[in-house]
Design a protein around this ligand. Structure first.
Ligand code: SAM
Length: 281
């Protein structure tokens, strides 16, 4: 009999079978296998059958990543759109906006984008390097980062998310921009970033990471090597309801940093709550 409350480590062959079954679904095939493996192992350890664990693993991957991609990405067509628009500054921003609307998280940022980096990067020394963690399509906000005047001409941009096909698309985008950029498919729970940069962005990702590992948000804040770290949270649920999210996430953020002596500033935009942390690295 299965006991849903018990936890037994699953055999590696059971985990491998489950990972393979998840990868057969085109929606999850490009996700870095280490993350699928971790979630599959967690679900099997709850005493679930293969079938139940498969459903639960897919559900979790949907909640932390799939749900944000509002339509199946056609990266070749997206890149062609960008290539066509790129020579003209206005068309370039229009194309980036249109593509960012395909990811629920960057879609929410579109109405505030004209102010976003002007506000957040104000007072910062020139940014020579930046890491965008659990980035989704946020690297497409690069024209607005550049417009803020905060990026140094030779800025290096590291972009990390769990999808291999997204990483390839973002790498082509960086080559087009052109910026010295490196996009990789990385599960930051399993492989916390070791790069040292001027700025790190952890936009709206902590609640997703914490669905897999409750301590992940706090641990990452400590692990990231950056002089200035931006951590943000949504102010509406994906269904549009507000439900005290600003208060809840503000309280959650302060719990995450309560032992740390960093200078923290808070910015409230219509669709996003952002904390700017000056880390003493
Ligand atoms: C709420 S979205 C935020 C996207 C982007 N930072 C933004 O604000 O536009 C969460 C992102 O986290 C990514 N993600 C989830 N788990 C991850 C992990 N373990 N490592 C890296 N990225 C992850 C998802 O694929 C998704 O793109």
């Amino acid at each position: 009999m299965c006991n849903a409350m018990s936890t037994h480590p699953a055999a590696s062959s059971q985990i491998a079978q489950l990972v393979q079954a998840v990868q057969q679904s085109s929606k999850y095939a490009a996700i870095t296998p280490v993350l699928i493996e971790q979630i599959a192992a967690q679900e099997l350890a709850k005493g679930r059958s293969h079938k139940e664990a498969l459903k639960a693993t897919k559900n979790k991957l949907h909640q932390i990543a799939g749900v944000y991609l509002t339509r199946r990405p056609d990266y070749d067509a997206w890149l062609a759109q960008l290539e066509q628009a790129w020579p003209h500054a206005h068309a370039r921003q229009q194309a980036c906006r249109a593509l960012m609307a395909n990811h629920a998280s960057t879609k929410e940022r579109l109405p505030i984008l004209d102010d976003f980096y002007n506000t957040l990067f104000r007072d910062l020394p020139p940014i020579h390097s930046l890491q965008d963690l659990a980035c989704g399509l946020n690297p497409l906000t690069l024209p607005w980062m550049m417009q803020s005047g905060a990026l140094a001409t030779e800025c290096t941009y590291w972009a990390l998310d769990i999808y291999a096909d997204l990483a390839l698309f973002l790498q082509s985008f960086f080559d087009l921009a052109p910026i010295n950029g490196r996009a990789t498919a990385t599960d930051i729970l399993h492989e916390p970033p070791t790069i040292q940069t001027d700025v790190a962005l952890l936009f709206k990702a902590a609640p997703c990471l914490e669905q897999v590992d409750k301590q992940a948000g706090q641990r990452l804040l400590e692990q990231v090597h950056a002089r200035v770290l931006f951590v943000s949270f949504p102010v509406h649920s994906l269904s549009g309801r507000q439900r005290g999210m600003v208060q809840n996430y503000t309280a959650h953020f302060h719990e995450m940093v309560h032992n740390l002596s960093w200078r923290v500033e808070q910015f409230e935009f219509d669709t996003e709550l952002v904390f700017r942390i000056w880390k003493s690295t």
